[in-house]
Design a protein. Structure first.
Length: 134
């Protein structure tokens, strides 16, 4: 891993922690998503301008409780619910194939919206679905 990629991860993580004000569920969700994005990502996709724009987005979310802060808060809330399995816990009974399909594809529209946000603002927020129907 090159030093530029390592520094980008550290800057994104540090500014992201400031943006969420070190709140407990959000900081762990942010850490896990950034780790996953940097581990599964390709080094050829590295773009310093997108990293800088994302850090700037986090900086604006830190400074003021405005639109950037609300967007980041809601993204992290959805990611947290995606990791924990949603509002309601699944019973011990096995899921039907239809329920598995719904749980797997439920976040596709959300991830598409993150892709569009990244494209329009030149950012690199991680937009990936964990395909485990937990």
């Amino acid at each position: 891993m090159s030093k530029d990629i390592l520094h980008a991860y550290r800057h994104l993580y540090r500014q992201g922690l400031r943006a969420v004000q070190f709140s407990k569920p959000a900081r762990y969700t942010l850490r896990d998503r950034l780790r996953l994005a940097f581990r599964k990502g390709n080094a050829t996709d590295f773009n310093q301008q997108k990293i800088d724009n994302t850090i700037e987005f986090f900086r604006y979310a830190t400074i003021e409780n405005g639109l950037e802060h609300k967007i980041l808060k809601n993204i992290l809330l959805v990611w947290w619910h995606q990791e924990t399995g949603g509002f309601r816990r699944v019973s011990k009974n096995a899921l039907t194939p239809t329920e598995v399909e719904i749980k797997v594809t439920a976040f596709d529209t959300f991830n598409h919206n993150i892709h569009m946000l990244n494209e329009s603002m030149g950012m690199c927020l991680p937009a990936m679905t964990l395909r485990a129907p937990t």
